[in-house]
Design a protein around this ligand. Structure first.
Ligand code: ACO
Length: 321
């Protein structure tokens, strides 16, 4: 038994920051950011808490799926930075939707939603769950060095959710890790006031070697697409819709080029949202589902890469009319 997607939702912060807004305090330009990345604007948290967005997106997905909190058997939340160390973001969502299901957060950086889908699949396949709420929420703006023009222009904040139910839908999945602790790194606080801690605090902001990430991303996305198609008994041309992680349009183009895929099958929203880490593919899915472009039986391929270095791909047959 696998799962199908029964409902989706998303929620973005109200504040929109354009490339021109960034150029007011950084040595950058709209032209540089658009041509190197495909990004024009992004949403950034101001007065909202991340969990407000997570809860909003979860409620939309649950309403669409026709489920209440009592129907949920598991809540998974993909995030690198919940509002609190504990409770987890998944527990905060569970409280808001009236669920007593086991709930936990999962950090696989930008691949988090794909890791959650595979965990949900395992719970469902083993008979431990029938209905799972997967949420993703990222506050990238709180992790960035806003003086580093090479990284802070790339990211945005947001949340998304999907309800998955036991049934035919997921065709295959692949998760990978190429362990590397240097090319993407966001240090945590070393501790508050331990009299014993001797470890020097790293700078509390994202460090990224953009060129190395670029090379890894193009290879990993291509490899994961080949592998997941092989596991599903499909070829890349059998896929109806590609939902790639939204890190950089040039990465998406370069990793898909060898498959000679019709560009209209490749969905993007990076221009309006930037890179929202784990949340990118979730918001992308909800946006295009709400536009009504998916039809029953369409094959959707999710592919992502991120810090860790993690990567993965999942193919799901769309199950709604
Ligand atoms: N505005 C203007 N100039 C800039 C900016 C900017 N925002 N950022 C960098 N530059 C400059 C650099 O300083 C450099 O100047 P120099 O030649 O005088 O040294 C020049 O532009 C070229 O820099 P490159 O790094 O070579 O630019 P590149 O074309 O490689 O693009 C980028 C950089 C966009 C970061 C690219 O490497 C990339 O997309 N990498 C992958 C990033 C990524 O996917 N991150 C995701 C991380 S995982 C996660 O999501 C958590």
């Amino acid at each position: 038994m696998s799962f199908y997607i029964a409902g989706t939702g998303s929620a973005l912060p109200e504040k929109v920051v354009t490339n021109d807004d960034l150029a007011k305090f950084l040595d950058t330009s709209d032209e540089w950011i658009r041509t190197r990345t495909g990004i024009s604007r992004r949403h950034v948290l101001t007065t909202e808490r991340l969990q407000d967005l997570a809860i909003r997106s979860a409620k939309i997905a649950m309403e669409e799926a026709g489920v209440s909190g009592a129907d949920l058997d598991l809540i998974l939340c993909a995030t690198m930075r919940a509002d609190t160390f504990t409770p987890s973001l998944a527990c905060a969502v569970g409280e808001a939707v009236g669920s007593r299901a086991p709930s936990f957060d999962l950090n696989a950086a930008c691949v988090g939603v794909l890791y959650c889908m595979e965990v949900a699949d395992s719970f469902i396949a083993s008979g431990k769950a029938k209905t799972v709420l997967i949420v993703s929420a990222e506050a990238m703006s709180k992790l960035l060095d806003w003086t580093d023009r090479a990284s802070c222009v790339l990211f945005g904040d947001g949340a998304g959710a999907m309800v998955v139910k036991a049934g035919e839908g997921r065709l295959a999945g692949v998760l990978s890790t190429d362990p590397d602790t240097h090319v993407i790194r966001m240090p945590n606080i070393e501790g508050i006031n331990s009299p014993y801690n001797q470890v020097e605090q790293e700078k509390l902001a994202m460090h990224m070697d953009g060129g190395e990430v670029y090379k890894f991303a193009v290879n990993a996305m291509g490899h994961n697409i080949e592998e997941v198609c092989k596991r599903a008994g499909l070829t890349p041309s059998d896929i109806d819709w590609y939902l790639p992680h939204q890190a950089n349009l040039r990465i998406i183009d370069a990793s898909l080029k060898k498959f000679k895929i019709d560009k209209s099958k490749v969905l993007t929203n990076i221009a309006d949202c930037g890179n929202m880490s784990a949340t990118s593919v979730m918001v992308l899915l909800d946006e295009y589902a709400k536009k009504g472009i998916f039809h029953k039986g369409d094959k959707l391929l999710f592919v992502a890469f991120g810090g860790g270095l993690t990567s993965g791909a999942v193919i799901i047959k769309w199950n709604k009319e």
